[in-house]
Design a protein around this ligand. Sequence first.
Ligand code: PNS
Length: 165
Amino acid sequence: MSTLAVYPGSFDPLTNGHVDIIARGARLFDRIIVAILVNAEKSPLFTLAERVEIARVVFKDLPSVEVDTFDGLLVDYVERRQAHVIVRGLRAVSDFEFEFQMALMNQRLNGKIDTVFMMPAEQYTYISSRLIKEVFSLGGRVHGLVPDLVEERLRQKVSALRKRD
Ligand code: PNS
């Protein structure tokens, strides 16, 4: 039986921490679906279409990685896709409490689905999408922390926002 895992998130934007977890997941499972949440935040920096396009380009050479979107309850999506595993990254102890709550809630909602926590490489343990957006918008350097394509898109996005204001 082939193993299928779902790696859910908002990916606004995709970071090298996410990429590292996905690459590790692709080694562990036969297939891994990067499932991008439709309603990530009220006003995400990147539209859903942009987040999907970025992930598809970044993972174009990894055939076992699929990029999809989902809305509603994660466990319903996982069941619909006939997967049994949710992958989540754990960077530090501070992530644990919320992740533990989500994993147990998801387990209660659907006892056939398990959450597997994976640790990113050490150099990515302090990266978050929120910090990337903040640092970049204030002129800080994010090179090496996000895929090159994300860096380019951040540049375009921030200059478009500045022109608009
Ligand atoms: O990128 P994030 O914000 O860490 O991802 C959080 C995500 C998408 C995994 C979580 O918000 C989620 O699963 N949302 C879907 C709605 C849902 O199922 N909520 C109950 C979770 S216990």
